[in-house]
Write a protein that binds this ligand. Structure first.
Ligand code: R5P
Length: 310
C-alpha cells in the first residue's frame, strides 16, 4: 500500500526528519484558525486508497494539538484513505488515567475514545506514562520505547547507578538497568500539587555514586529537582545525569533545573523542545525508530525490538 505522511503543527521538525528518513515528502495540508478560534483543515492532495500516517504528538497546547490531529484524520477518512495511523509519540492526558477523587473524569479514557471517533485505525506512542492505557483504545495501539536510543546516548556518561524518581517509574528504571548493566535506586516521592513534590527517602546505595535519573517525562521539573536534591543529601556525587523520553519543560522548569547540578540532560525530540537556556540538553533523535516502525507497519511486518517490553 502506498504511504502518505502528513504533519500537524505540533512538531514539524520531527515530522521532517521522519519524512527524510523514509524518502517521502510531507503531504500538502492547510491548517488555519478561524477568527472565532475554530480550526480549519484542508488536505490538498488525494489520499484515496493510501496508507496515511499523521505525525502529531499531543503535547502543549494539548487540546489544540489533539483536535488538529482528529480533524486531519477525519478529513483523510472521508476522502477515502484506506487506513489512518496517528504517530503520537507523546500522548497527552496519559497521566489522568484514573479517578483520584470522587468527581473527576478519566481523561485518558475519554481522549482514547476521541481517537476512535476520529477514525484512527492505529496509534503509535512512545513510552506511554501508564502502559495499561492501551486497554482504553479500540484503535490498535503500537507502544514503542525510546529506551534503546536513550540508553545508547547515555552509555558513556560515566553513570554508576540508575535512579527512578518515584515508585511508579521503577519498571522504566529496571529497563534502563537491563540495557546499561547498572544497579537501580528508587526515590520515594509524594506529589503535593501539580508543581511541587517531596522525596521522603531513597532505597538503594547512592553514596559516592554518579546517578542517572530516568523518567518518562519532565513537565514542571519538580520531580527531577526533588530527586536530585535527595540524592545529593544522601551523598551521591554532585554530577547528575538525567534521561527522559518527553521534555515538556513547562513554565519555570528550565530555570528550576538550572539550580541543581545537572551535568547532562538527555531528551528525545518527541516534542518540540523549548529553548533550554543554560540547561545542558542533548537531543536524542526518535526519527530512526519511528521511520522503521512506519515502514514495517505498512509492509505488515513485526515491530519486534522497537516495541516497549514492559
Ligand atoms: C510521574 O509519575 C511522571 O513519571 C513524571 O515523573 C512527572 O509527570 C514529571 O512531572 P514534573 O516534572 O512536573 O514533576
Amino acid at each position: 500500500m502506498e504511504i502518505k505522511l502528513f504533519a500537524g503543527r505540533a512538531n514539524p521538525k520531527l515530522a521532517n526528519l521522519v519524512a527524510r528518513r523514509l524518502g517521502l515528502p510531507l503531504g500538502n495540508l492547510e491548517i488555519g484558525d478561524f477568527p472565532d478560534g475554530e480550526l480549519h483543515v484542508d488536505v490538498q492532495e488525494t489520499v484515496r486508497g493510501h496508507d496515511i500516517y499523521l505525525i502529531q504528538p499531543t503535547g502543549p497546547p494539548v487540546a489544540e494539538n489533539i483536535l488538529e490531529l482528529l480533524l486531519i484524520s477525519d478529513a483523510c477518512y472521508r476522502a477515502g484513505a484506506l487506513r489512518v495511523t496517528a504517530v503520537t509519540p507523546y500522548f497527552g492526558y496519559a497521566r489522568q488515567d484514573r479517578r483520584t477523587k470522587g468527581r473527576e473524569p478519566i481523561s485518558a479514557r475519554l481522549v482514547a475514545d476521541l481517537f476512535d471517533t476520529g477514525h484512527l485505525h492505529r496509534v503509535v506512542v512512545v513510552d506511554l506514562h501508564n502502559p495499561y492505557i492501551e486497554g482504553f483504545f479500540t484503535s490498535i495501539l503500537e507502544h514503542l520505547s525510546a529506551i534503546p536510543v536513550l540508553a545508547d546516548a547515555v552509555r558513556s556518561s560515566g553513570a554508576s547507578v540508575i535512579v527512578s524518581p518515584d515508585l511508579g517509574g521503577a519498571n522504566l528504571a529496571g529497563r534502563y538497568s537491563t540495557a546499561l548493566g547498572l544497579p537501580v535506586a528508587i526515590a520515594h516521592k509524594t506529589r503535593i500539587s501539580g508543581e511541587e513534590v517531596k522525596v521522603h527517602g531513597i532505597t538503594g546505595n547512592v553514596k559516592g555514586q554518579r546517578p542517572l535519573i530516568v523518567d518518562d517525562m519532565i513537565s514542571t521539573g519538580g520531580t527531577i529537582e526533588a530527586a536530585a536534591r535527595a540524592l545529593i543529601a544522601a551523598g551521591c556525587e554532585p554530577h547528575i545525569i538525567v534521561a527522559a523520553t518527553h521534555g515538556l519543560l513547562v513554565g519555570a522548569a528550565a530555570s528550576r533545573l538550572e539550580r541543581i547540578p545537572i551535568r547532562r540532560l538527555f531528551l528525545t525530540n518527541s516534542l518540540q523542545l523549548p529553548s533550554p537556556g543554560a540547561l545542558p540538553v542533548e537531543e536524542v533523535d526518535l526519527s530512526p525508530p519511528l521511520a522503521v516502525a512506519i515502514n514495517r507497519m505498512n509492509e505488515g511486518d513485526s515491530l519486534g525490538e522497537l516495541v516497549a517490553h514492559l
